[in-house]
Design a protein around this ligand. Structure first.
Ligand code: ATP
Ligand code: MG
Length: 466
């Protein structure tokens, strides 16, 4: 991210100078305008990527300028408002009108850096979203699988490849990663797309019911079976059956399922009639099936049959770069669902989401954004996010125990241990960022050079040690 043109609109030369210096140091290309007229001139010559707009300008009210000229001309995610003492209400009004965020003067530079970065990133992401939803590039069903990270692109590619072949696919991934969405995409891209897609969550049912649901039953097959009922295998005729949490298929029903897969014939419980079925069986699980096989609770032959192709959906924490895009997508969905018009997430709220571990993956993110949309008025702030996300954002860093060394003074101890903590934090962040130093610097909220110097000081190698 470099060379984005940022227009600073402020008549105070000190502010101009400070922001210009800072933004240049961050790798952007800053420009300066001291009045509304000068700003409009600059914009007409070449629209900047981002505008930092002071609310109080000598020749205009920044809020009017924003509403009447800037937003219509520049569009979304282009303006961050600066408000001086006593103008924060105007700044809030500006955000409500469509500014991306606001900063109060004196501007905290670390906060400015985050706001600018998030704003530019959202521009990029919304362009990406538009492309994704344009439909020209991706088929409908892949469009619903949001994510621009390399693992998600690879996954979409694999789905496209495997979908047309009428083979079983095993989908692995933690809970809430989007396994069902992947299954739906496979179905929608297959020749069976006009047929039904039938999901069955085997994990939500007791053993006895799993069998009845999958295979169906004849009248009188067990007490309570007052009427015959077709199983999901029959209901998915000419379509696709997703057996979710496949590990929960009871051991004794597994040979039966295997037989269906081999012969395409199914027998309802309590019946000895065979019905032929034409179904593609997809299965999904968040547990380690191989381990189940090793323990003897899952049959190896069935395992082999189900995993002709295996797709793995990575956990959200391994594709953190998808978080802003997903959050934005969830926000739009929630706005629509609850008829609200939340503008976006503040820089801090986004940073909080990005720092969190997401044990519940995309589903948890979806829930967090939904509840924040309900609680917020115009912008999602950290206070609107669920407590556990705010509390645990970021993995707790193991602090070295501050044991005093012989002869060490208290201040020596303090210097040593805080250094050790810093070193540990840097190492951990590098590890999580896949040793991408620019990314690690971003997460640590220091600039690249600072990180570089600290790594040298703490003798951290420049690349992942082998
Ligand atoms: N890449 C994505 N883009 C958009 N929405 C997603 C994505 N991944 C997951 N979701 C949404 O997150 C929620 C959970 O996804 P899904 O039900 O597919 O997860 P799962 O892996 O099947 O979870 P479980 O193991 O708990 O069954 C759904 O609402 C789904 O629409
Ligand atoms: Mg599921």
């Amino acid at each position: 991210m470099a060379d984005e043109r940022i227009l600073i609109v402020d008549d105070d030369p000190i502010v101009q100078h400070l922001l210009e210096q800072f933004l240049r140091g961050e790798g952007y290309a800053p420009l300066v305008a001291g009045s509304a007229a000068a700003a409009l001139d600059a914009i007409r010559q070449q629209p900047p990527d981002l505008l930092l707009l002071d609310i109080r300008l000598p020749d205009a009210n920044g809020l009017d300028l924003l509403k009447e000229q800037l937003l219509p001309e520049l569009g979304d995610y282009r303006v961050i408002v600066l408000s001086g003492y006593g103008t924060s209400q105007d700044a809030e009004a500006a955000v409500m009108a469509g500014a991306f965020d606001y900063l109060t003067k004196p501007v905290a530079l670390s906060r400015l850096a985050i706001a600018v970065r998030n704003c530019l990133r959202l521009q990029y992401l919304s362009a990406e979203m538009e492309e994704l939803s344009g439909g020209a590039v991706l088929p409908v069903s892949l469009r619903d699988l949001v994510g621009a990270s390399a693992p998600m692109q690879a996954l979409r590619d694999q789905i496209k490849r495997v979908a047309p072949f009428d083979v079983p696919v095993l989908i692995l991934g933690e809970s809430g990663t989007g396994k069902e969405l992947v299954a739906r995409a496979i179905h929608a891209l297959s020749a069976r797309r006009k047929g039904p897609f039938v999901p069955l969550d085997c994990g939500a049912l007791p053993d006895t019911l799993v069998e009845a649901e999958v295979f169906g039953y004849a009248r009188g097959a067990f007490s309570g079976a007052t009427q015959a009922k077709p199983g999901k295998l029959e209901l998915a005729e000419a379509g696709t059956l997703l057996l979710d949490e496949i590990g929960n298929i009871p051991l004794h029903s597994q040979p039966k399922l295997l037989r269906v897969l081999q012969t395409s014939m199914v027998e309802r419980l309590g019946s000895n009639q065979q019905v032929s079925v034409n179904v593609r069986v997809l299965s999904a699980t968040n547990s380690c099936l191989q381990q189940r096989v090793d323990e003897g609770s899952f049959r190896l032959d069935l395992f082999h049959r189900l995993n002709t192709v295996t797709l793995t959906v990575p956990p959200l924490r391994e594709r953190k770069e998808d978080i802003p895009l997903l959050a934005h997508y969830m926000l739009m969905k929630a706005n629509r669902a609850y008829q609200k018009s939340i503008r976006g997430l503040s820089a801090e709220a986004m940073a909080t989401l990005e720092a969190y571990r997401w044990p519940g993956n995309v589903r948890e993110l979806d829930n967090a954004v939904r509840s924040a949309v309900i609680l917020a008025d115009y912008l999602i702030e950290p206070t609107h996010l669920p407590q556990q996300i705010r509390a645990q954002s970021g993995e707790p860093v193991e602090m070295p125990k501050p044991a005093m060394k012989p002869g060490e003074s208290l201040s020596q101890l303090r210097r040593r241990t805080s250094g050790e903590a810093e070193r540990a934090t840097i190492l951990k962040t590098l590890e999580e960022a896949g040793w991408n130093k620019a990314e690690a610097a971003r997460r640590l909220q220091v600039d690249y050079k600072t990180l570089y110097l600290k790594m040298k000081r703490y003798q951290i190698p420049p690349a992942k040690p082998v």
